[in-house]
Write a new protein. Structure first.
Length: 255
């Protein structure tokens, strides 16, 4: 796991405050795909538990894994007692218990691509469900987006994470669906989008940026400069397109 993937612990409280949670529509989508109640689940890269809270409903036991102790400490403040936090990177999860659902919320791109799908498959019961979901948070107003791009340009060309397998943004099936479709371990690969738009105050939007890995990699003085430059070009409130792209797949029963 890269250093960039482990950069969030220093801003765990900000991550909890500024990152949006997940809508019930996501839980409904995953449950409908599974076609049955999901009683056991494991989360990869749980962070502060934004998705954990959605899936840890009565009747479902969630094991929430994350390599960062500070993120898990924040998670424990917000999740039900039925959740089992485990400090571990995805790559360190050994064989053992298998789950009906394994999911990752805006975290899968931080995992090691070598053996990724055989590791996921080893955590799932035959016929179990894998779900990955997330998406960039983009300013809805093109003029505001351009002003922010110009403000951050001396420090960052972009603040988005590129597709891990190089899938072009105009391709119908996006990553990780592109990899799942090629994997021998999975079948019935599907992609869906849950549309969402957020309204944020300018300071909350900058607070959100302060939890994005591209900014966290900058030296502290540069972080303060770029946040100040961005806040100065923002109106009082901003509209943010925060659509959630969901990928679903089933572990093959015959492997």
């Amino acid at each position: 796991m890269s250093g960039r993937a482990l950069s969030f612990g220093a801003v765990a409280r900000a991550y909890e405050r500024f990152r949006p949670g997940y809508p019930v529509a996501l839980l409904d989508l995953v449950t409908a795909y599974a076609g049955r109640p999901l009683r056991t689940a494991l989360e990869i890269g749980a962070g502060t538990g934004k998705a954990t809270r959605l899936f840890a409903r009565p009747g479902t036991t969630v094991t929430a894994t994350d390599p960062d102790g500070a993120m898990l400490a924040e998670l424990r403040r917000h999740v039900p007692a039925t959740v089992r936090p485990v400090r571990a990177a995805f790559e360190d999860l050994g064989p053992g218990e298998r789950y009906e659902l394994v999911y990752a919320a805006a975290a899968l791109h931080w995992t090691d691509p070598r053996g990724r799908w055989s590791r996921v498959a080893a955590l799932l019961e035959p016929g179990g469900v894998f779900a990955s979901f997330g998406g960039p948070l983009r300013l809805a107003d093109p003029a505001v987006e351009e002003a922010v791009r110009a403000a951050r340009a001396p420090f960052l060309d972009t603040d988005e994470v590129p597709s891990p397998d190089g899938t072009p943004p105009d391709r119908e099936l996006q990553w990780p669906g592109s990899e799942l479709q090629r994997s021998e371990w999975f079948t019935d690969v599907r992609q869906a989008v849950i549309e969402r738009r957020l309204t944020l105050g300018a300071r909350d939007y900058v607070g959100l940026l302060s939890t994005v890995s591209a900014y966290l990699e900058l030296p502290a003085p540069e972080q303060e400069q770029v946040y100040g430059r961005i806040e100065r070009v923002l109106p009082g409130t901003v509209e943010v397109d925060a659509d959630i792209t969901v990928h679903l797949a089933r572990r093959r029963r015959d492997l």
